[in-house]
Design a protein around this ligand. Structure first.
Ligand code: PLP
Length: 400
């Protein structure tokens, strides 16, 4: 008899996106002539940069010739040319990361979800509320105890550690999805000090680091003193360079990072993760790694930054609208997410229905990301300029 992993029955049914889809479908059927503007999804709309496409084509061409064809990559950790490029990128952020500490992945979601494999079931996992749902779901699937750190209006949706709370694994995301908040160096230092005092490990998701424009804000946890002793960083080219459909990311594990056996014996985390990956992952395709390396060339950086500028101009249009309407929000400044307080004390779903029915604008109700999202709403800057302007004009007309 095949026994199922019963932890799956502890997963909350994620009705959020199903309910959104149902409401949109019903609205479209009833109002076929009305044009919806979707500002809820976290997917990008700008195409890949020319330098990236060129490199991917060249990589694909090489695969078609006997002399340059490549099969399995030896280590499955990523080609040296890409790990060197990522290491160079870290230098520009002020972090010294050896190429050997970088592991190329097919995106941040896989590594965020899979990293739980290497941590024992006895861990207490601390996750901010609200949060990107993968952190919660993957730990529920593996039966770990989860506790929450409150991100709320009072702390600018940037939870800070409570020294009286014990935890072993900590998930942080900055710039944050969904709240758009970004940790300062001082705040991150507090988390690093807290983690070290707990002998805990921080899993730092920096998928949106490229949206940080304020030079004083940290783009990597490894710019914070002490982080090498307590952190793993998981990042992605999905939003940085439009790789949501191309799939490539990277994870950094410092060689000295340790976790412990229940008898207190220290274990090298990098080695255990490589052992896990060696059994379950065969690497990222060669043409995609060529494309990823092109992101870090001067040409690739200029082109991908231009796309991020485009999204950030959308974000500015959205935050200006919120300012004009007196709507409270976080994000939008160093982040593509605008997390706003539903006006007139509306609930998240009430505001969702109101925008859909009155102005045909679709966003994401905040409570889908955790209880602290109640009464809040997420809009994204990943749309087109025309749609962003049109949606904000409709919002102004509605709420003025
Ligand atoms: N981490 C965060 C915070 C995200 O919002 C997302 C995607 O939306 C991911 C990771 C996943 O990125 P990837 O496309 O690299 O799997």
């Amino acid at each position: 008899m095949a026994l199922i992993n019963e932890n799956f029955s502890n997963l909350k049914e994620n009705y959020l996106f199903i309910d959104i889809a149902k409401k949109i479908k019903a609205y479209r059927q009833a109002n076929p002539d009305k044009e919806l503007i979707r500002m809820g999804i976290g997917d990008v709309t700008r195409p890949l940069a020319p330098a990236v496409v060129e490199a991917m084509k060249k990589g694909a061409d090489e695969m078609g010739h006997r002399e340059t064809f490549r099969g399995y990559e030896d280590s499955g950790r990523g080609y040296g040319f890409l790990r060197n490029a990522v290491s160079g990128y870290y230098k520009t952020m002020g972090a010294d990361i050896d190429p050997d500490e970088i592991l190329i992945s097919d995106g941040a979601k896989s590594d965020c979800g899979n990293i739980v494999d290497i941590f024992g079931s006895g861990n207490t996992v601390l996750i901010t509320d609200p949060a990107y749902p993968v952190y919660v779901d993957s730990n529920v699937m593996s039966g770990k105890e989860i506790i929450y750190a409150s991100s709320n209006e009072g702390n600018g949706f940037a939870a800070i550690p409570d020294e009286n709370v014990k935890s072993d694994i900590i998930y942080l995301c900055s710039p944050n999805n969904p709240t758009g908040s970004v940790y300062t160096k001082e705040q991150l230092k507090k988390w690093v000090d807290y983690a070290i005092s707990q002998k805990a490990i921080i899993i730092f998701d920096s998928a949106y680091e490229a949206f940080i424009r304020d030079k004083d804000l940290p783009r990597s946890i490894f710019t914070i003193e002490g982080a090498r002793k307590c952190a793993i960083e998981i990042s992605s080219l999905s939003k940085t360079a439009g790789f949501t459909g191309t799939r490539c990311g990277y994870t950094v594990i410092p060689k000295e990072l340790e976790a412990y056996k229940s008898n207190g014996e220290a274990v090298n985390v990098f080695k255990i993760w490589c052992r896990r990956q060696g059994s379950k992952f065969n690497g990222v395709s060669y043409p995609v790694q060529c494309a990823a390396a092109a992101v870090f060339t001067p040409e690739g950086q200029a082109q991908t930054h231009a796309d991020i500028d485009y999204y950030m101009e959308n974000a500015a249009i959205m935050t200006e609208t919120c300012d004009e309407l007196g709507i409270k929000y976080t994000g939008g400044k160093n982040s593509p997410y605008i997390w706003l307080k539903c006006p007139n004390n509306m609930e998240s779903w009430e505001f969702f229905d109101y925008l859909l029915n009155e102005i045909q604008v679709v966003g994401t109700p905040g409570e889908g990301f955790g209880p602290n999202g109640k009464g809040w709403f997420r809009l994204t800057a990943f749309g087109t300029r025309e749609n962003t302007i049109e949606a904000m004009n409709r919002l102004k007309k509605l709420l003025k």
